[in-house]
Write a protein that binds this ligand. Structure first.
Ligand code: SAH
Length: 276
């Protein structure tokens, strides 16, 4: 794959690299898993704070470079792989960090929040617009499926913004650093059913929940819920959980799942357009 397509914008501002490592590891972490280490600018900072670092990089030339740079450093393992194809829990419990390739930031974040495995907190540098959507509160324009998905599985924090000048080469968009802290207890066990339900609720964002759910829910059951005259973007995560408990088992799962698929495809198109 061409380098441009791999989202290679290397972070060169030392102060920002330090803040990301600090936000991820605190003063010390046993293990840090890094997604997309590039030439190792953040890796170096993580090695200073963590006992062990596992760095997952897709570009073979960069993998060779990193292994050469840290030859003899037994605390670093460089894994040549697509981060979406490996099970991050295989190295044990650790914090996750990365200046993510923006073209796959949302699938990586979904992967992180939904598991498998119990990772520690994650700190990601991503496109600012995506950071705002992930951390958005109900009622605003930014609040959508991605907000509910992330906030259901994790506590989300918008830490700080980063301008294009911090990167080499500079991306065309603004960036931001977020932190995700997985919830120790989830209010529901059927998480696949829940995310599919939320996706159906947001299918047509400007329409009411009634409009989005009619056809996949029994009308009398729908009518029993006062909130269905609202739009999905007005519901908090807790209200989605409550609504799913009341109606969720009614929603046609095949239809809901295909909605999720369409969502991801549309999302990656948007990102490719805005970052390339
Ligand atoms: N962390 C570095 C590089 C960030 S650029 C820095 O801040 O300087 C994003 C990095 O992710 C690049 O090195 C790119 O090659 C890598 N990458 C792109 N797609 C990837 C994937 N699917 N899995 C793992 N790494 C990937």
């Amino acid at each position: 794959m061409a380098r441009q397509r791999l989202g290679q914008h290397f972070l060169v501002k030392g102060k920002i690299l330090d803040r990301i490592a600090q936000a991820a590891c605190g003063d010390h972490a046993a293990l840090a898993i890094e997604i997309g280490p590039g030439r190792g600018a953040l890796t170096e900072r993580l090695l200073a704070r963590a006992d062990r670092v596992v760095a997952i990089e897709l570009d073979a030339a960069l993998v060779t470079y990193l292994r050469e740079r840290w030859r003899g450093e037994s605390r670093l393992e460089v894994v040549e792989a697509n981060a979406l194809d490996v099970d991050w829990s295989q190295w044990g419990r650790g914090v996750v960090a990365g200046n993510l390739p923006y073209y796959i930031a949302t699938p990586i974040i979904s992967r992180y929040v939904q598991g498998p495995g119990p990772p520690g907190q994650a700190v990601f540098l991503i496109q600012k617009e995506v950071a705002e959507r992930i951390t958005a509160k109900p009622g605003g324009r930014e609040y959508g499926y991605l907000s509910v998905e992330c906030q259901f599985f994790a506590r989300t924090e918008y830490l700080f913004s980063v301008g294009p000048g911090a990167f080499q080469p500079p991306p065309k968009v603004d960036s931001a650093v977020i932190r995700l802290t997985p919830r120790t207890e989830l209010p529901l066990h059927d998480t696949d059913g829940f995310t599919a339900f939320v996706s159906t609720c947001f299918r047509q964002k400007r329409k009411t929940l009634r409009n989005n759910l009619v056809g996949s829910c029994a009308p009398d059951l729908l009518a029993s819920r006062p909130e269905i005259s609202k739009r999905a973007e007005q519901l908090s995560v807790e209200e989605f959980v409550e609504l799913y408990r009341a109606l969720g088992h009614q929603v046609n799962p095949v239809e809901a799942r295909s909605t999720i698929h369409n969502f991801s495809a549309a999302e990656s198109e948007t990102r490719r357009d805005s970052t390339s």
